[in-house]
Ligand binder design. Structure first.
Ligand SMILES: C[S@@+](CC[C@H](N)C(=O)[O-])C[C@H]1O[C@@H](n2cnc3c(N)ncnc32)[C@H](O)[C@@H]1O
Length: 282
């Protein structure tokens, strides 16, 4: 059934509060990832006639860019979040991108036309599957034999100063588990050996990892950055369990950290991202 959603907890978050926040801050999220996305596009991944599948496309900047690069092909963006998809559709119309389509779908189980796509891309949208093997096998089946996979995912938390900093400040001395590789969430695909086995098992070969180390950008200055970062999921999630005084002190430390990261180019933190590439086995 095309509307089937099996990642129900993720759908609740992304089609609820988390998705609402990403919709509200759509421009900020695009700006945050600007340098990383530019590095992705610089690899020239998309051909003029390619049919592109964008997994977890969110507000759709990556899908629209893909469609523009494939004027004789097309781009389909799928996501769990109705509100983010509404932004994606509005922007595609406003920007006059005709060969793009957006669909609400759980990429783990959606019955894509078999072999219909030349390339599947994702910008941080493939880290939330409860059954990663099923999801990547489903994505492989959507690709033609020899079709490509090109996706951006976060590296280990220690390579991501921004997550480490936010976490350290907001954990505020509590004994909370670190986000781990292999578990649905931002670090799910952080471990290359684990991902190599996963993708090989799902029907991919020629699996490669390119390390991209670009700063993430949170705003023109610390105050603008706080208006955004203060609302992102990891900050709100970790803030929820704090008593009011501890929370206020932690947020003051967060503001101080943002001030300490102000540069002439805005508020920036170091990050490490994998560009994972693979080919669907014939
Ligand atoms: C971190 S956001 C990235 C959004 C967008 N790619 C961007 O770069 O702005 C992750 C996205 O993946 C989507 N997502 C998570 N699990 C999914 C699934 N099983 N099927 C489709 N989309 C999913 C979420 O709804 C969310 O929009």
């Amino acid at each position: 059934m095309s509307e089937e959603i099996v990642n129900t907890d993720m759908a609740k978050a992304w089609d609820g509060e988390e998705g609402g926040q990403w919709t509200q801050f759509a421009d900020e999220y695009d700006d945050t990832n600007r340098s990383i996305w530019a590095r992705f596009l610089a690899t020239d991944p998309i051909g003029r006639a390619d049919h592109v599948l964008d997994i977890g496309c969110g507000c759709g900047q990556s899908t629209r860019d893909a469609a523009r690069l494939a004027p004789e092909g097309s781009a389909l963006g799928v996501d769990l979040s109705s509100s983010m998809l509404a932004v994606a559709r509005r922007r595609a119309t406003a920007e006059g991108v005709p060969n793009v389509e957006f669909r609400r779908a759980d990429a783990q189980v959606y019955p894509f036309d078999a072999g219909a796509f030349d390339i599947a891309i994702s910008r941080f949208g493939v880290m939330f599957f409860a059954d990663r093997m099923a999801a990547f096998a489903n994505i492989a089946a959507a690709l033609r034999p020899g079709g490509r996979l090109a996706m951006l995912v976060w590296q280990d938390i220690r390579k991501n100063e921004w997550i480490m900093t936010v976490r350290e400040i907001l954990v505020a001395g509590r004994d909370l588990p670190m986000p781990a590789a292999g578990v649905p969430g931002p670090m799910a695909l952080a471990d290359p050996e684990d991902v190599r086995g996963l993708l090989a098992g799902a029907g991919f070969e020629s699996i490669g990892f390119t390390s991209l180390e670009e700063p993430v950008w949170f705003g023109a200055d610390a105050e603008a950055a706080y208006q955004f970062v203060g609302e992102i999921g990891i900050v709100k999630g970790l803030s929820d369990g704090l008593d009011p005084d501890t929370k206020a002190a932690a947020h003051e430390r967060l503001r101080a950290s943002l001030r300490a990261h102000e540069t002439p180019e805005g508020v920036r933190y170091a990050s490490g991202v994998w560009l994972i590439s693979a080919t669907r086995s014939a």
